[in-house]
Design a binder for this molecule. Structure first.
Ligand SMILES: [Zn+2]
Length: 318
């Protein structure tokens, strides 16, 4: 059986794991990232993390068929360069070449982390069996990855497929990208928290206050929890939030008509109840009504391991 290493770079930590060709993680570990230090420091730490997991798994360098790296931001995959990753302070960073100074193998690949996760889900998760699938991650922002005809679609120099920054409302809420009304400004967990807070301010008797106090803060679960207990204001927040998510999902379906839309990220932990609400919206509003094929909305299934498995699957798919 072939083995691969998947490395998932985040703002706080780097995760790395050895993944077999069936998409199973056999060993994993993490190390810290220091975005304020030169990137070469992080790359060296990444390499040492790989050495450690190899030793933990009782494998040798020769046993690894390839290394995949997933990183947030704009990734020029062909050149192995991170063009831009805001939170990590990367600008035209030749990460793959730097890694190859330590790792003496040619099969090292890099891609945007959401693209990696999409590929991982497509090969080993809930995207299995589809030809075209779109992966959406609802967290602090809205990330997306497109698998078209079995391949990652990344656009020119890897800057493509940022579905979170399509506008769903002209002159709407301000987005982190500088534009107004982006999908991310309505469908992210950050947006849900903002809207929950607004509704709480208007509804001092809402159950949301009690639930937020139990959590010690307003998080993405407060409105959902209260809505399940029939709180009127919370139900409105959830209803509108589903509309925002659904609007963007339907826009994407109308363009690509994929086999499946996969929903991941922290908010997807709301589970079946949440996915069903999006599915209902999609069934109602997708172009072509009862005539065009229906598109399944499913929860992404690799969860916390999506980053590692996705990055490793990048090396497998070459
Ligand atoms: Zn934006």
């Amino acid at each position: 059986m072939k083995h691969y290493i998947g490395i998932d770079i985040g703002g706080m930590i780097v995760k790395a794991g050895i993944v077999n060709e069936e998409g199973k993680i056999i060993c994993k570990d993490i190390c810290q990232t220091f975005p304020d230090k030169h990137y070469s420091v992080m790359v060296k730490d990444m390499y040492e993390l790989c050495v450690k997991i190899l030793s933990d798994a009782g494998l040798r360098f020769e046993d690894i068929s390839g290394v995949g790296i997933g990183c947030p931001g704009t990734i020029y995959a062909e050149k192995g360069i991170i063009t831009f990753a805001n939170n990590l302070n990367f600008h035209d960073t030749p990460l793959v070449d730097e890694f190859k100074k330590y790792w003496k193998g040619d099969a090292v690949y890099i891609e945007n982390d959401a693209n990696c996760a999409a590929l991982g889900e497509y090969l080993f998760g809930s995207g299995k069996g589809s030809r075209n699938c779109i992966f959406i991650t609802l967290g602090t922002g809205v990330g997306s990855g497109f698998i078209l005809d079995g391949k990652i679609f990344a656009g020119k120099m890897g800057a493509g497929a940022e579905a979170g920054h399509m506008v769903i409302r002209i002159d709407g809420e301000k987005c982190t990208c500088g534009r107004r009304g982006c999908w991310e400004a309505y469908a992210s967990a950050t947006a849900l928290i903002r809207d929950t807070q607004k509704a709480m301010a208007k509804n001092p008797d809402s159950l949301m206050h009690k639930i937020a106090a139990q959590y010690g803060k307003v998080n993405g679960r407060v409105a959902f929890d209260a809505a399940k207990q029939n709180d009127k204001a919370a139900k409105q927040v959830v209803k509108r939030y589903i509309k925002y998510i659904g609007c963007g999902v339907v826009n994407l379906i109308n363009i690509f008509r994929p086999d499946k839309v996969l929903i991941g990220g922290g908010i997807s932990n709301e589970g079946d109840y949440f996915i069903k609400l999006i599915q209902r919206y999609v069934n109602r509003y997708h172009y072509g009504g009862k005539i065009n094929p229906r598109v399944k909305v499913v929860r992404a299934s690799l969860l916390n391991d999506a980053g590692i498995i996705g990055a490793a699957s990048l090396a497998m798919n070459k």
